[in-house]
Design a binder for this molecule. Structure first.
Ligand SMILES: Nc1ncnc2c1ncn2[C@@H]1O[C@H](COP(=O)(O)OP(=O)(O)OP(=O)(O)O)[C@@H](O)[C@H]1O
Ligand SMILES: [Mg+2]
Length: 575
């Protein structure tokens, strides 16, 4: 885990290496200072040697300046190293998430991924910064100061034998118990983010159903859960300070007592006692520093584990070693295809689908809600992998294609589609980044979006706002169709993509498709029978199985479900 994270230091390695070296300089100066002070008191002041005292005083000033420079320099270097580290780590995570398939994302939940990319990375960054600043400085200072203390008075130094193990055990106990509590805390953060994310993406629904109070309550509960989990974890960590102080002051008291007696006996000098106390303080302070580093590390260990889970997740859908890079035509064959979201043969969403669709055909799909229409078509551009059977596009198994090539040739207008912030032009260029304005407008015409785009004062430069909030549902659908058309795909799939437009617009779009997309295989999922009645063939899906497959006329003749839907809608239209 640590190696994986450390690799993100990358080009900031020089800062990460320089920091501990500079911090070591600071520690060295701090260890030197009590030593110089003892010499100044015992040899200079007590003997009345002014020039020696001044010389030592100047030396102390020099040490202070060097220590200050090292400390400040170390801080700056550590900041550069850690910020760079977190930038690289975020980029790596983001890149990894981009390789995820739909089912990978389903597994983590979007909110949890957001927490991992933000809060967890920040925790790790803080731990890293602390680590490079203190991991060398604190032990060096602790050992250096302890050695100096032993050199001054080995007998008095025996208090370390009691103090250090005692402190070590206390801090160890705290850490071992705190670690799992921080893991729980991060999970509560996930829940909090889920609540915020759901609320904000669905704010219109929340308002329409006047659910603000309920949402408020839900958020309060999540926020309170975070508070409780945080208190539970932190209340262990804060014990660190008092235990440390108790230990330090007890030591100083003991030193003053025993050291004082030694001075009275004449076996110890005043200057030595003062520097001894400084070294005891330094040793124990360094130990505390070290414990804080370890503590911070403990807190972020939970975050690091969560980050590594994202990095370690294997994308479900992977490309073969030497993939096929050309889709010959728009033909599609399903051979005994079965699929399950849970990858469970007992719980199949699609069962034994066998179909053959010729290149350039227009195919309609109808079926009740939940009959797995969307699931069926999502298999074609390999948004999910099939579990059993074979699925061929252009005569080649979809798993053999280069993913980019396949998805560029199978354009899909998803049922739950989104536009992104930016202008209409920016959004449509997702289909083809090199598209000219003429091509874009051509696609708009085919998707019956031309008129309304042109009616906006800024035309293609109209800003859509986040998630495309500035256009109506029907307009959004038509822009999504135009975006898919710009890919000039061999297969285009419209998953209920004209549900929000009126019948006349729907008819215009279909007419334009017939005219412009003669060679493109078109698959239309629709609730309205009129949307598919001029298709070459229609698939009737029922409960994840093919109920019938034939021309609209044939189905009218022989298929009960088709006839029922037709008659219901005719009746509705007449009424
Ligand atoms: N991401 C998912 N994870 C698990 N199960 C899912 C997922 N998406 C859909 N399902 C389930 O698969 C079944 C088929 O869903 P699907 O979305 O394909 O239906 P549909 O025919 O497109 O319905 P609609 O007409 O309402 O769009 C449903 O029972 C649904 O609960
Ligand atoms: Mg659907």
């Amino acid at each position: 885990m640590f190696r994986k994270l450390a690799s993100c230091v990358g080009e900031y390695k020089k800062y990460a290496i320089a920091t501990p070296i500079v911090m070591l300089g600071e520690a060295l100066m701090e260890i030197l200072m009590p030593f110089i002070m003892a010499a100044m008191i015992d040899n200079g002041i007590q003997n009345g040697d002014i020039s020696y005292t001044i010389k030592m005083g100047l030396l102390m000033i020099l040490c202070t300046v060097v220590s200050l420079c090292c400390g400040a320099g170390g801080g700056i270097l550590a900041a550069r190293a850690s910020m760079g580290f977190s930038k690289n780590l975020r980029n790596k995570l983001f890149k990894k998430v981009q390789t995820y398939s739909f089912s990978n994302v389903d597994r983590f939940s979007t909110a949890s991924l957001v927490t991992r990319l933000t809060t967890d990375v920040t925790n790790t960054q803080n731990a890293f910064q602390m680590l490079i600043r203190m991991a060398v400085r604190a032990p060096a200072m602790m050992i250096g100061a302890a050695v100096m203390a032993i050199m001054i008075n080995p007998r008095l130094s025996s208090i370390f034998i009691v103090a250090i193990p005692l402190l070590g055990v206390c801090l160890g106990c705290i850490m071992v118990n705190a670690h799992p509590r921080f893991g729980v805390m991060m999970e509560k953060y996930d829940a909090l983010n889920t609540s915020v994310q759901e609320n904000l993406t669905g704010i219109r629904v929340v308002k329409a159903f006047v659910r603000e109070d309920y949402e408020d309550e839900k958020f309060k509960k999540s926020a309170d859960a975070v508070r409780k989990a945080q208190i539970r974890a932190e209340k262990l960590v804060i014990l660190n300070g008092p235990i440390m102080q108790l230990c330090m002051y007890s030591c100083i008291l003991a030193v003053l007592w025993f050291g004082g007696n030694m001075i009275v006996d004449g076996t110890f000098q005043i200057g030595q006692l003062s520097s001894f106390i400084s070294y005891v303080t330094q040793t124990l302070m360094s130990l505390m520093m070290l414990s804080m580093v370890i503590m911070m590390f403990t807190i972020s260990l939970a975050s690091m584990r969560r980050i590594c889970e994202v990095l370690d997740e294997e994308p479900d859908i992977r490309q073969q070693a030497s993939p096929v890079t050309e889709v010959k035509d728009g033909s599609i064959q399903f051979r005994n295809v079965s699929f399950s979201y849970a990858n469970d043969p007992q719980n199949l969403t699609l069962q034994n689908i066998s179909l053959s669709i010729g290149s350039g055909e227009t195919i309609g799909i109808i079926g009740g809600t939940g009959s797995a229409k969307s699931t069926l078509v999502q298999l074609i551009p390999r948004l999910y992998d099939i579990m059993d059977g074979e699925l061929l596009v252009g005569g080649v198994d979809v798993r053999k294609y280069d993913m980019k090539v396949l998805r560029n040739n199978v354009a899909m207008v998803l049922q739950k589609n989104v536009l992104f912030s930016g202008t209409i032009r920016d959004n449509l260029k997702w289909g083809n980044e090199n598209a000219t304005d003429e091509e874009i407008l051509e696609a708009c015409k085919a998707a019956d979006a031309y008129d309304f785009v042109m009616s906006f004062p800024y035309g293609l430069d109209t800003d859509l706002g986040q998630g495309g909030v500035n256009v109506s549902g029907g307009q959004k659908q038509r822009l999504c169709i135009a975006r898919a058309l710009l890919k000039k795909p061999k297969i285009i799939i419209l998953d209920d993509s004209t549900s929000a437009v009126d019948t006349a617009t729907d008819a215009r779009i279909r007419a334009a498709f017939r005219k412009n997309l003669k060679d493109t295989t078109t698959i239309i999922i629709a609730q309205r029978i009129t949307s598919i009645q001029d298709a070459d063939k229609v698939i009737v899906l029922n409960d994840g199985q093919i109920n019938d497959f034939g021309t609209p006329a044939e189905l009218m003749e022989r298929n009960e479900i088709y006839r029922d839907v037709y008659e219901q809608q005719q009746k509705g239209a007449r009424a």
